[in-house]
Design a protein around this ligand. Sequence first.
Ligand SMILES: [Zn+2]
Length: 184
Amino acid sequence: MKYCSECGSSRLERRLQGHDTHYRMFCGECDKVFYHNPKMIAGCIVEHEGKFLMCQRAINPRPGSWTLPAGFMECGETVEEAAVREVWEETGARVEIVAPYSLFSVPQIDEVYIMFRARLLEFTDQPGPETAEARLLAPEEIPWENIFYPAIKDILQRYIAEYNKSSFGMYLGCSQEGTVHFAH
Ligand SMILES: [Zn+2]
């Protein structure tokens, strides 16, 4: 950011003000504060008859790699709506949320992920432009070596192990402090 969005001044500065706990960007002209907070990413693990809905990325980053459908939450929607919308946009599948499954923070890049368990309602097989291919894959069909994000691989492996026992927990994690898992 080069100019204040309020008054157009280029006098932007970082400072700690009053009792605030964090340094903020301020406009030196009109005193507007520019808050910068983590982004929320929502997605789903969609299981259907022992298969799991995955998509192959068509765009950067990592085109060709496989992942679970997820994406940035938009303003004005709930986190559940964001997860359902992202699944629809990336895979062409209509789903309904069952329960939250995994919540993890990536403080290095200021992102928070929430993954829900979801039930498949309809699979149109018409993925959006960000997706090369969307498929329901049995565990042995999943291209484990081609899942770029370790956390996604971790979540999916854990989910499949729990699916085989029909008992799902809630997983909390962070890339710095390892993982904590609360079983029901
Ligand atoms: Zn200003």
